[in-house]
Design a protein around this ligand. Structure first.
Ligand SMILES: NC(=O)C1=CN([C@@H]2O[C@H](COP(=O)(O)OP(=O)(O)OC[C@H]3O[C@@H](n4cnc5c(N)ncnc54)[C@H](O)[C@@H]3O)[C@@H](O)[C@H]2O)C=CC1
Ligand SMILES: O=C(O)[C@@H]1CCC=N1
Length: 311
């Protein structure tokens, strides 16, 4: 190939890529072809602008699914409204303003204040075409419908905070929505999370105990690994850096190898040399019931979700 052709081809390819990116297309990192960047036209409103609302709003903003002015959050706490404003979102004290503004209303207060919050929403501009997404732990769709009316369209989602960086995990069930409406909500969460859709609502309590609360178990694990490293003589910063990367690396390896049908126990075995260091560590974990402790934590959190639904 002549030098001219090489340069010419390079320039043309660069121009196409540039134009595609400018036009809203991006090169898929995974597959190397052009993908249309997903956007939605609907407005999203959060009732309660706390940690999880921020994680969702930030996640979908960073994925460019929405523009900042498509999002509004309400909260009685001025600092929380300031946080929302910092991203360019609308922020208000008034829940009714969110209901009026949004096509999709995300109920993101604590379950303990849900009754009070819903009492005030009842019959307040909640037009039938609006979709209500509840992320409140434990609170069932039927219970939300008792407050908002039988005709209300409710989707129950259990997300987790890594949604904020597009690495979330979420479970979804719905009642009273068309397929298009459910697909819309699923696509919003799929832009920032792995999503499992269920028929049986009781599965959401288990999702809550596993992936909803799960990031906190992993953070506790990191804390404990750092403590072990510091006890051995590492400085805290180095121990933290190594512990975090170990969790990231192990998680990514598990995901990649799963796609190749290599099981998690097999990956564990691949680290564990006979009579080596890992075996010594794992024996200590087993002797101290690590496996039962972690699976038990998922069960306890699931039970708490069920309990929150009863109050
Ligand atoms: N934090 C998490 O990792 C996850 C939380 N969830 C669910 O998300 C919901 C929110 O949890 P967080 O964000 O952690 O709590 P949070 O306490 O950070 O946020 C709740 C916000 O609601 C506001 N609020 C209280 N009463 C209100 C009212 N009447 N109207 C409007 N706003 C009101 C509070 O001021 C607070 O800022 C909970 O129901 C929780 O079960 C679900 C999955 C994960
Ligand atoms: O701790 C909680 O109740 C919420 C639900 C899942 C994660 N955080």
């Amino acid at each position: 190939m002549s030098l001219y052709k090489k340069i010419g081809f390079g320039v043309t390819a660069a121009a196409i890529v540039g134009a595609a990116i400018y036009g809203g297309y991006k090169v898929s990192q995974h597959y190397g072809y052009f993908q249309k960047k997903q956007t939605i036209k609907q407005k999203i409103g959060f009732i309660g602008s706390g940690m999880m609302a921020e994680a969702i709003a930030r996640g979908i903003l960073e994925k460019e699914l929405v523009k900042p002015d498509q999002v509004m959050g309400s909260d009685p706490i001025p600092e929380r409204r300031e946080v929302f404003k910092k991203y360019g979102f609308h922020a208000t004290e008034n829940n009714e303003e969110v209901v009026e503004f949004a096509d999709i209303i995300i109920l993101a207060t604590k379950p303990q204040v849900a009754e009070e919050m819903l009492k005030h929403l009842k019959n307040k501009n909640l037009a039938e075409e609006k979709i209500v997404v509840t992320i409140m732990a434990g609170k069932q769709i039927g219970w939300v419908k008792e407050h908002l009316g039988e005709k209300s369209k409710i989707v129950r989602v259990m997300p987790n905070t890594p949604l904020a960086i597009g690495e979330g995990a979420a479970g979804i069930v719905s009642k009273g929505c068309s397929k298009e409406e459910v697909d819309l909500v699923v696509s919003i969460f799929k832009s920032v999370a792995v999503v499992e859709v269920f028929e049986d609502e009781s599965k959401i309590d288990i999702v809550t105990g596993l992936s909803g609360s799960g990031p906190a178990y992993i953070f506790r694990l990191i804390e404990a690994m750092v403590e072990g490293g510091v006890q051995g003589g590492l400085n805290e910063n180095d121990a933290l850096e190594l512990a975090i990367q170990t969790v990231i690396g192990a998680g990514k390896l598990a995901a990649k190898r799963r796609a190749e049908n290599i099981s998690i126990p097999k990956l564990r075995e691949m680290v564990t040399s006979p009579h080596g260091t890992t075996e010594a560590g794992l024996n200590f974990l087993d002797k101290n019931h690590f496996y039962e402790t972690v699976s038990g934590a998922v069960v306890k959190a699931t039970e708490r979700s069920i309990e929150l639904g009863k109050n």
